[in-house]
Design a protein around this ligand. Sequence first.
Ligand SMILES: Nc1ncnc2c1ncn2[C@@H]1O[C@H](COP(=O)(O)OP(=O)(O)OP(=O)(O)O)[C@@H](O)[C@H]1O
Length: 447
Amino acid sequence: MNPQQAWQATLGQLQMEMNKASFETWVKDAQLISVEGSDFIIGVPNAYARDWLESRLTATVQRILEGLMGATPAVKFIVWHRDEVDMPEEEVPEESHQQAFLRSGTSTINSRYTFDNFIVGASNRMAHAACMAVAESPAKAYNPLFLYGGVGLGKTHLLHAIGNAAQSRGLQVLYVSSEEFTNDLINAIRSHTTQAFRERYRNMDVLLIDDIQFIAGKESTQEEFFHTFNTLHGQDKQIVISSDRSPKALVTLEERLRSRFEWGLTVDIQPPDLETRIAILRSKAERNNKEVPYPILESIARLVQSNIRELEGALTRVLAFSDLSGMPLSPQLVHTALADMLPNRTHLDSSQVLEVVASEFGISLDELVGRSRSREVALPRQVAMYLMREEANASLPQIGEALGGRDHTTVMYACEKVADMIERDDRLRRKIFAIRERLYGRATVMA
Ligand SMILES: Nc1ncnc2c1ncn2[C@@H]1O[C@H](COP(=O)(O)OP(=O)(O)OP(=O)(O)O)[C@@H](O)[C@H]1O
């Protein structure tokens, strides 16, 4: 496969895995400009797309290319114009989809995302309840509602669900990402239409603003958003904000905005447990009129743990794989179909796993491989064994050796115990997610 073909295949894969709006807005126009050494140079039309792709998709694109080409390329996104007209870097896209929606008066709410098709589990129960309360009594229950959590865990879904419910009761609702808010503002300033911009945003009954983390550090956008917020809040209009982190963790956010974000209710969404992941897959399969046996759903849910968008993509992929190959659905087929969706294990070695586990649990490497059997070190040691097996593909004797000469049956017991605990113990599951994220950078997180 030549690089151009690999890039086209990567675009195809991203289209399958990402939501349509994000793909169309950010990825569709990305082109392979050149390959320099092992670097894939990808041209995108503006600086916003470059930043978005750089922060969210670099690891994913690398992983896909690696699966296709065998080698690990570096991926660089640059601002590039097909006609090579010399435009400034900060060029703003002509008109975002969002603005087209706004001008044409079309709803910005996606009818596909409702409360009905949102699966509730322990990880999102609070967030779901808060969103239902807000949808039932806008500006009365919690204002603002601040929703935060990792990538692909359902924040956008819940925002639209509130939007759909409010809209069906005749309220004026606007959903916008903070990037679109920024672009819209810049365009309004350029075209001297800030008054119209303000009216548009400040005449809403419900403003749903997604991914607020992107306005951190952008002073004039924060300033404008501050006034929009005050106007709406002062008129008892509902504001719902989503973010990938809590208000406190938005370090470059102005204090006056941060404190306002905390006026109402702040709720988080955690990665779903196994049971919820299976329920989500089942519901998606049913919506697509596919009958998928439980063991298949379970093996997909076990393989894809941290991101619901990725989970849905995995199901689509398994079903497509089975259709195309004519092979019946089986756990083996799941593994084959998803082989390159999984983080590449051969690149990790056991010592990396040991280091990250020790640091994440706050113990020293010596303690981790030492003789002590106190719970403070025994659990991290078992987690290290489990992760060396799962992530570094090490054999039982190799693991025993690396952890101070332990017997392979001890290792086997530890791996089973941790696999079992992950399903029952939320804190441990989160810890292991954190370790995996550190081991793979953002590779476990799909945009
Ligand atoms: N509890 C759930 N039940 C059913 N589907 C869900 C649930 N949570 C998420 N999804 C689905 O997972 C996909 C990703 O969710 P969504 O886009 O809302 O994530 P997000 O948290 O907004 O991610 P990002 O950080 O990328 O903005 C969507 O297709 C959504 O419908």
